[in-house]
Write a protein that binds this ligand. Structure first.
Ligand SMILES: Nc1ncnc2c1ncn2[C@@H]1O[C@H](COP(=O)(O)OP(=O)(O)OP(=O)(O)O)[C@@H](O)[C@H]1O
Length: 242
């Protein structure tokens, strides 16, 4: 039996006014794969992730999570999906515990299941020491972990993470990398990053987007091999407009 496709982009296009931000993006990610989504600033990573999660409607094309069309049935697709947006919506006066419970209730969890999932994600994201402090007083690293905890709360099979390590210090980056690697043992993950050193230890595959188009889809080692190392490959792929 073939491995099911968990994240699928089929001819996705997104136009803002006269500007085409995402151009005919097509890929499919089978269950269990961890994929790094690379590209320079403004390449279209966030827009593609918003299209995949159903937050933004495509101009053309379609996206499926666990086989469910995200525009046709966003709620059903969201049951399979944890999304870590670039700047997560965190409420500064709430505590991590309060916020995570709130999201859990909104997702239909209650009673013992809610209590056990809240405990699990607080531990998984190492939030024990700050669980009862206002989110507005937490460091960026901890706020990022609170966002991560809400994305993991319903134990989704698919995770889409937009720059989970942006703005973190090296210790925090290491912590997030370890978490992604652990999660990748049981989940399908698409994660955008600017940090090339993160790619090889974490990802099975790289999707590289430039000017809204996928310009490389393959193994990190094969991308690095094209130009000697990943950094040089990055320069080479982005040297000219598509
Ligand atoms: N709502 C919008 N209206 C108009 N243009 C937009 C909108 N959202 C994104 N864009 C444009 O689309 C292009 C792709 O943006 P996007 O945020 O997807 O890039 P990105 O690869 O995630 O960049 P970064 O690495 O800087 O986060 C950019 O030129 C951006 O200015």
């Amino acid at each position: 039996m073939s491995t099911p496709v968990m994240i699928e982009a089929d001819g996705l296009c997104k136009q803002f006014g006269s500007f085409l931000a995402v151009r005919n993006v097509t890929f499919s990610i089978p269950r269990g794969q961890v994929v790094a989504f690379l590209g320079p600033n403004g390449a279209g990573k966030t827009t593609t992730m918003r299209l995949l999660t159903g937050f933004v409607a495509p101009t053309h094309g379609s996206a499926r999570i666990a086989g469910i069309d995200v525009q046709a049935d966003r709620i059903a697709a969201a049951e399979h999906l944890g999304y870590l947006p670039e700047n997560g919506p965190l409420y500064p006066d709430m505590t991590p515990m309060g916020l995570i419970r709130f999201f859990g209730t909104a997702r239909g969890l209650s009673g013992a299941r809610l209590a056990s999932r809240v405990d699990d994600v607080i531990e998984q994201c190492s939030l024990q020491t700050v669980a009862h402090k206002p989110i507005g007083k937490l460091s960026k690293g901890y706020r990022q972990r609170v966002s991560m905890a809400q994305a993991l709360l319903h134990d989704p099979e698919v995770l889409i993470m937009d720059e989970p390590t942006s703005g973190l210090d090296p210790n925090q980056i290491k912590g997030v990398r370890t978490l992604i690697r652990d999660l990748g043992r049981s989940k399908t993950i698409l994660v955008s990053t600017h940090i090339l050193q993160e790619v090889e230890p974490v990802a099975d595959r790289v999707l590289f987007i430039h000017d809204g188009k996928i310009v490389f889809d393959g193994k990190p080692a094969d991308l690095a091999h094209q130009a000697g190392n990943l950094e040089q490959a990055f320069y080479k792929l982005t040297a000219q407009p598509v």
